[in-house]
Design a protein around this ligand. Structure first.
Ligand SMILES: [Zn+2]
Length: 433
């Protein structure tokens, strides 16, 4: 049930809808494509200026000491802070400004931000510029309603989430812009549908296997040992031995879709022997490399995951004692999950329930997003993802956001901010009117 202040704030969200959509369209029209990380400075400036207009203290933080930040593609993050009467509680909204390349198959211009039948189309509108716009206007609706917040609100728009977030949230957490002593609750505005809350994600272990062989003349392959054949045996062994075991291992985390509640493994790339487009010589391949993508569960440890792989490779030695290989770590992301009973989960749930009329399911992501950096580097336990936009449309051609859902998500964020930060009608502001 909404009280009088909450009803007033929701009315302001309705009133601000046109301005919100205009702002979102302006964001979509800046093609912040990653890779390579284009136009970040323009997008950060647009967001920073709007935040300043809306009463925030704004700072820009460039990850200038990282190799991916260059004069042509600077990695610029923007953080706004608006303090109420006190520094705590502090609610931090975060969204990423980078979008994946548009790819093929669009029937509209991916950077024109066309509105049709109540939908706003464009690359990155769902994932996740709609989330950034919604959280900024949710707090603005509170301000325009003349409601003073007891605690503080922060909004950050960060770079490179799609490529791991190292110059974005990880950079800011490592340099203490995001600290558990300062921030009490984090809402990452990733698209998960306007009526669901995401409380965490699985782990990622990317590794290379470099299989060695022994070169010989291709007309007498029996004198050599093919690294490609060895890799083929490894892939078959993974299918036969490992995959059924992974499939049987189920997590207690509410990962969606259901198939991703099991541990999984995928092969990203295989390359061995001679280069395909070069002239060929008759040789037995003496090396073959494959890149694997193992997604692991919160119930598994990285050490176990790694030794399980080694065990499968070692089992090939029974028939092939001369086998030599290297296993090289490429990327490690640990699983993370916010407790379902955390305050930010309860408050966001009640807000969505009041706006959408149904209890939002708690889900976990099959992939990963910036929650890992808030949780693992900044040490913030109260962290969720909630935002408008449809999860299934992320990275697709003709990506769009339904504008009614945008409005509902904006209201739910406004109610959550009011409830987390104890919004009260500002008497001084009212008397001044
Ligand atoms: Zn995203």
């Amino acid at each position: 049930m909404l009280d009088a202040i909450e009803r007033e704030v929701c009315r302001r969200v309705d009133e601000l809808q046109e301005e919100l959509v205009d702002f979102l369209r302006a964001l979509v029209r800046i093609p912040t494509i990653n890779p390579p990380g284009a136009n970040y400075a323009d997008c950060a400036a647009l967001i920073g200026e709007r935040l300043r207009e809306f009463g925030y203290d704004v700072q820009y933080v460039e990850a200038e000491d990282l190799p991916e930040s260059s004069p042509s593609h600077p990695r610029i993050n923007v953080i706004g802070r608006m303090q109420g009467r006190y520094a705590h509680p502090c609610l931090h909204f975060n969204g990423h400004i980078d979008v994946v390349p548009p790819g093929a198959g669009w029937t509209v211009d991916p950077f024109d931000a066309i509105v049709e039948n109540g939908r706003l189309y464009g690359r990155g509108v769902t994932d996740q510029k709609a989330g950034i716009a919604a959280s900024i206007y949710a707090v603005e609706a509170i301000r325009r309603a003349g409601v003073a917040l007891h605690g503080a609100v922060e909004q950050s728009a960060t770079v490179d989430e799609e490529s791991g977030g190292l110059a974005g949230v990880a950079y800011l957490a490592e340099r203490k812009y995001f600290r558990r002593e300062a921030i009490d609750h984090v809402i990452i505005t990733e698209p998960l549908d306007y009526d669901r809350i995401c409380i965490g994600h699985r782990g990622v272990y990317w590794f290379d296997v470099l299989m060695r062989g022994r070169i010989a003349h291709g007309s007498m392959p029996f004198l050599g040992a093919s690294a490609i054949t060895r890799m083929g045996r490894l892939i078959a062994a993974i299918d036969r031995q490992l995959k059924p075991r992974l499939n049987a291992r189920r997590t207690q985390m509410p990962v969606e879709p259901d198939g991703a509640r099991s541990a999984t493994i995928n092969i990203n790339a295989v390359s061995g022997g001679q280069a395909m487009d070069e002239p060929q010589t008759p040789c037995v391949a003496d090396s073959c490399r494959a890149i694997f993508d193992r997604r692991f569960l919160i119930e598994e440890t990285l050490e176990d995951v790694r030794s399980e792989i080694i065990e499968v490779i070692e089992s090939l030695r029974q028939d092939d004692p001369g086998l030599t290989y290297e296993l090289i770590d490429r990327l490690i992301v640990h699983p993370t999950m916010t407790a379902p009973e955390a305050k930010v989960v309860a408050v966001m749930s009640s807000a969505i329930e009041d706006v959408a009329g149904c209890t939002p399911p708690l889900i976990a992501s099959p992939g990963t997003y910036d929650q890992k950096h808030f949780a693992r580097i900044a040490g913030i336990e109260e962290c969720i993802a909630y935002g408008p936009g449809t999860l299934d449309l992320a990275h697709q051609p003709d990506e769009y956001c339904n504008l009614d859902e945008l409005r509902m998500a904006c209201k739910a964020m406004a109610l959550a901010a009011l409830r987390l930060l104890d919004g009260k009608k500002d008497e001084t502001a009212e008397n001044a009117e």
